[in-house]
Design a protein around this ligand. Structure first.
Ligand code: ADP
Ligand code: 3PG
Ligand code: MG
Length: 401
């Protein structure tokens, strides 16, 4: 699986070309979580892209166009307007940023922009052609720039006009500093890492993470499985999971993974005890039991204390740790203990720690340990596909060294 990463690492970055007096278009991922009043809940994705924008300004770029999507709008819908985040971009950059309502509006705005001026284009998903990688839209984006920079790691698994098609129509196509950092940090964990290497995997979307488990068996020494993911595995080995969230049709795949892991000498650890409840929203009963004795009608929502101890020991014995997927329903205080405890243990180690997955990053932030991890990816789906060993489309179209 590491061949793909090595290939992606060979991508040229803005540092390998001259951006001086060039019109630069940067595909960023400003798809940040907003609340009902359009306040930004987490601006990490914007913050992480600032160095790339500053680099272009500092190296005398003529103009900088920022292109992003926000959410999954069906056509033009002001709920998903990037205007909601314009002020934050300006504040983090410390300068004025123009706003272009449409591609058609861009030329006149660019004409008035001072040297090194920055303009943010409205949500690129308002254009039908974006998601189907339309040629005309790709060409129109390409026409606007001399240098195309992709810094949208979070969207790098999408083969869209602004992440993929556009590259064909730009003279230079290179990675931004964030895209580069993401691939370098994942590479450190997967190509020639300090051993033992541990994968912690959890969360709810078992189906979307089984491929990861089977492909990563060649790159890790140990795997801790928690969250709803472990429910399916425990069910597969014959435990009665009662009302827990499971994906029974994946039981066979789960058993196959356990068998292959054994054959390859990879140790997989499953919860030995669990926290279960009768009702997620209004719990009137919460029980800690062995994983084999889940009370009738209850659902598993967190790791039990013995499992936390066991998993902590494994974490302390590893040198490289990749974590994707929370260990329980961490959004609810009562069921966050397993996830938060492991976050604290991980923070206290000297291991190289890489966090992937939107909810996992959020959980670690809530546990107050975000700054104590070696690296937190800005990608959810993208980091998952990278860990699965895929070459991400956005990297495919960039120049190589
Ligand atoms: P990530 O975004 O980090 O990839 P996922 O989206 O796969 O993670 O999973 C996160 C979700 O999994 C959270 O909303 C969490 O509440 C849920 N979850 C974790 N454990 C369980 C469980 N035992 N039962 C139901 N949901 C769970
Ligand atoms: C993300 O939030 O994972 C990225 O911004 C990609 O968004 P998408 O899943 O809507 O393509
Ligand atoms: Mg998620």
């Amino acid at each position: 699986m590491t061949e793909g990463i090595v290939l992606m690492q060979q991508t040229k970055s803005i540092k390998d070309i001259d951006v001086s007096n060039q019109r630069v278009l940067i595909r960023v991922d400003f798809n940040v979580p907003l609340d009902n009043e359009f306040n930004i809940n987490d601006d990490s994705r914007i913050r992480e892209t600032i160095p790339t924008i500053n680099y272009c300004i500092d190296h005398n770029a003529k103009s900088i166009i920022l292109v992003s999507h926000l959410g999954r709008p069906q056509g033009k819908d002001s709920t998903y307007s990037l205007k909601h985040i314009l002020r934050r971009v300006e504040r983090l950059l410390g300068r004025n940023v123009a706003f272009a309502e449409s591609l058609e509006a861009l030329p006149s705005i660019l004409a008035l922009l001072p040297q090194g001026g920055v303009v943010l284009l409205e949500n690129i998903r308002f254009y039908e052609g974006e998601e189907n990688n339309d040629t005309t839209l790709s060409q129109n984006l390409g026409k606007l720039c001399d240098v195309y920079v992709n810094d949208a790691f979070g969207a790098s698994h999408r083969k869209h006009a602004s992440t993929y098609g556009v590259a064909q129509y730009a003279t230079h196509k290179v990675a931004g500093l964030l895209l580069k950092r993401e691939i370098d940090c994942f590479s450190k964990a997967l190509t020639n890492p300090l051993k033992p290497v541990l994968l912690i995997v959890g969360g709810s979307k078992v189906s979307s993470k089984l491929t990861l488990l089977s492909t990563i068996l060649d790159s890790v020494d140990k795997i801790l499985i928690g969250g709803a993911m472990s429910n399916t595995f425990l069910h597969a080995i014959g435990y009665n999971m009662q009302s827990s969230l499971i994906e029974p049709h994946l039981a066979e795949d789960a058993v196959k993974i356990l068998r292959t892991a054994k054959a390859k000498g990879v140790k997989i650890y499953l919860p030995v005890d669990v926290v279960s409840t009768n009702n997620l929203k209004n719990p009137t009963e919460i029980k800690i039991t062995p994983a084999q004795d889940i009370p009738d009608g209850m659902m598993v929502v967190d790791l039990g204390p013995a499992t936390v101890k066991l998993f902590s020991q494994v974490i302390r014995a590893c040198e490289t740790i990749i974590w994707n997927g929370p260990m329980g329903v961490y959004e609810i205080d009562k069921f966050s203990r397993g996830t938060f405890s492991l976050a604290h243990v991980l923070a206290d180690t000297y291991a190289y720690s890489v966090i992937g997955g939107g909810d996992t990053a959020d959980a670690i932030d809530r546990a107050g340990e975000k700054d104590n991890m070696s690296f937190t990816s800005t990608g959810g789906g993208a980091s998952l596909e990278l860990l699965e060993g895929k070459v991400l489309p956005a990297f495919e179209v960039l120049e190589r060294k």
